[in-house]
Unconditional design. Structure first.
Length: 400
């Protein structure tokens, strides 16, 4: 069934919090202080299904419940299948663990030379700087440590991480993640960025954040000035469904872009959320209109209690096939599986190549038509009127 926008314009407004002064609503610290974090708070605003209620009761043993007022407004409270609702309200499926699921599905701890730093690829490191988020995605790859509901007792070690990076000249790329780095104060974030910029071999600084989506109020002029000062700072945001692409998010992305922050988007393929070609096409088109380049679609990691979100990989390939050639190339993300156990990101693409020999490649285009690309040149002759230098290409006489 084709995805149809349920509202014609970009979504905006204070919704259930219309009575709150705009000065509070636009204050990101107010949003954090007034997050929905308990079953009782949720039930003030909506009727939970039995499955949701059971998941909420269990949440404090797996991954805490937290939703900003801003993001809660995007939930359809009358529809248990609302794609926004599924992402942030726990369900009983989180209580079920499959044999193939792992606490540390990407083997990050195994590749951690110092606390909070993951060095899996040769020239880059992942720097985990906090275990907190503005809201908690129920499919979170790091649910073992984020929110500390599982007593992981993660404590970022900034100095150890910075000293490790300083001592390893092969590290040219640093990705700040967590938790969400943009929950740090401006002072702490500026300290980290200034230290990283002072390391001569660090060429590329990235931030992975869902704050613009959960808490666009955090993208303040002061924060943007920090990014200008230490830029270019590249940022990957995380939008899964077109309903998340609000007027507020669009404005936040524009503030970041105008501050010189290149933006990409990483989506996770989730059952009942975005496992549909029309939904994904609507999402990538909205992203481009917000100055955000669709970057990755992730096959969901094998986290514990995540089976109810899992999508068949063949469906992901089908979605990429429905995008390639049917919309601009800028709108087509790379579909990847982050190999379980720490193997890194592996591209998963539709198979367009039919045959490769020493002489040619036979391949299909997006319409299924076959084409030939020769790998060896046939005997050459000069183009009419061309004068080649004496030491030029050796010509073969070609007779008609």
């Amino acid at each position: 069934m084709p995805y149809i926008e349920d509202r014609a314009s970009w979504f905006e407004g204070q919704g259930l919090w219309q009575h709150i002064p705009a000065s509070d609503w636009l204050d990101w610290t107010w949003q954090l202080k007034n997050r929905i974090t308990t079953v009782a708070q949720l039930e003030q605003f909506m009727t939970l299904t039995a499955e949701e209620r059971a998941g909420c009761v269990f949440a404090n043993q797996k991954l805490a419940l937290a939703i900003t007022p801003y993001f809660f407004n995007l939930i359809d409270r009358n529809d248990p299948n609302c794609p926004i609702r599924k992402q942030v309200i726990p369900r009983a499926g989180e209580m079920v663990q499959s044999d193939e699921e792992m606490l540390d599905s990407l083997g990050e701890d195994e590749h951690s030379p110092v606390p909070g730093l993951v060095h899996r690829y040769p020239d880059r490191v992942l720097f985990l700087v906090t275990d907190r988020c503005a809201a908690y995605c129920r499919y979170c790859t790091r649910s073992r440590l984020v929110s500390n509901a599982q007593d992981y007792n993660f404590h970022p070690e900034y100095e150890q991480g910075l000293r490790y990076i300083e001592a390893h000249p092969e590290v040219r790329d640093v990705l700040l993640s967590g938790g969400d780095p943009l929950l740090l104060s401006d002072r702490k974030l500026e300290h980290l960025l200034s230290r990283l910029r002072a390391i001569k071999h660090v060429e590329f600084i990235r931030i992975g954040s869902r704050i613009p989506v959960f808490l666009p109020q955090r993208i303040t002029p002061e924060l943007c000035e920090i990014f200008k000062k230490y830029g270019p700072i590249w940022m990957s945001i995380h939008v899964n469904h077109p309903k998340e692409a609000t007027a507020e998010l669009k404005a936040a992305c524009e503030r970041l872009s105008f501050a010189g922050v290149p933006l990409g988007n990483q989506s996770v393929l989730l059952a009942g959320v975005n496992d549909d070609a029309d939904v994904m096409k609507a999402l990538v088109h909205r992203l481009l209109r917000m100055r955000v380049r669709p970057y990755y679609i992730y096959q969901m990691d094998l986290i514990t209690g995540g089976a109810h979100f899992k999508v068949d990989v063949r469906k992901g390939i089908e979605i990429i096939r429905a995008l390639r050639g049917h919309t601009t190339g800028y709108a087509v993300p790379q579909y990847v599986i982050d190999a379980p156990g720490g193997g890194g990101k592996v591209p998963i693409n539709p198979d367009y190549v039919e045959k490769i020999t020493d002489d040619e490649v036979i391949f299909r285009n997006y319409e299924g038509q076959s084409f030939r690309y020769p790998l060896k040149s046939t005997p050459m002759k000069a183009v009419d009127g061309a004068e080649l230098p004496a030491s030029g290409i050796e010509l073969v006489t070609v007779r008609p």
